[in-house]
Design a binder for this molecule. Structure first.
Ligand SMILES: [Zn+2]
Length: 202
């Protein structure tokens, strides 16, 4: 008699404990929300999204992991391609990055996008470059549009005036080009198609 009562009490206690722990986890995860999942953010992400949020302009902060898209891209400065197959550029942001993938040929040719509404400038800024208005920054040098040279963005072969504010879409072929008007055709041709061809991992 007494032992069956004890068993009941122990069982009730165990059930209550499970419910309380479950509720605790639920409230913790609910209050943390996607905005505060810093464990997955890089140092750049934490700093930059903080400043963007305080300025009230971040359409993508906190949406990490809600998306996974890919775009092939090239950047040419005076007809010379920047090589993004460089560990110094890998995964500097969790929102958008190049990375060393399973297919070595793809590495540095594909932007991986892990949130919605992430503009191109955010990617370039994360790797120490810049893409602001009519200037592209690379190796401490600014390449700005002037009378003889132009900074241009092409998306799927069509010129796009949004420049660094453009938000890449899945399977886009993106060209950023600075210089004289020559060579754009060849530059467009050089953009790879790995996003469309393969199921890319991360
Ligand atoms: Zn990916």
């Amino acid at each position: 008699m007494g032992s069956s009562n004890n068993n009941f009490l122990i069982l009730s206690g165990a059930v209550l404990a499970v419910v309380l722990i479950g509720a605790g986890f639920y409230f913790l995860s609910a209050s943390a929300g996607p905005e505060d999942d810093r464990s997955k953010m890089t140092a750049f992400d934490i700093l930059r999204t903080q400043s963007l949020k305080s300025e009230g302009k971040c359409a993508f902060c906190g949406t990490l992991g809600t998306n996974h898209e890919h775009a092939d891209f090239k950047v040419y400065l005076n007809n010379e391609a920047i090589n993004f197959n460089n560990p110094a550029y890998f995964v500097k942001s969790s929102y958008v990055h190049v990375e060393s993938g399973e297919n070595p040929a793809e590495t540095g040719n594909v932007i991986h996008i892990h949130a919605r509404n992430v503009p191109l400038w955010f990617f370039f800024e994360s790797i120490g470059m810049s893409f602001k208005e009519s200037c592209f920054g690379f190796n401490s040098q600014l390449y700005c549009s002037n009378s003889g040279n132009k900074l241009r963005l092409f998306v799927n072969g069509v010129e796009n005036s949004q420049l660094g504010n453009y938000v890449p879409k899945n399977l886009d072929k993106i060209l950023v080009s600075y210089g004289k008007d020559s060579g754009i055709g060849e530059q467009l041709q050089s953009i790879t198609s790995y996003s469309a061809r393969t199921a890319l991992g991360d």
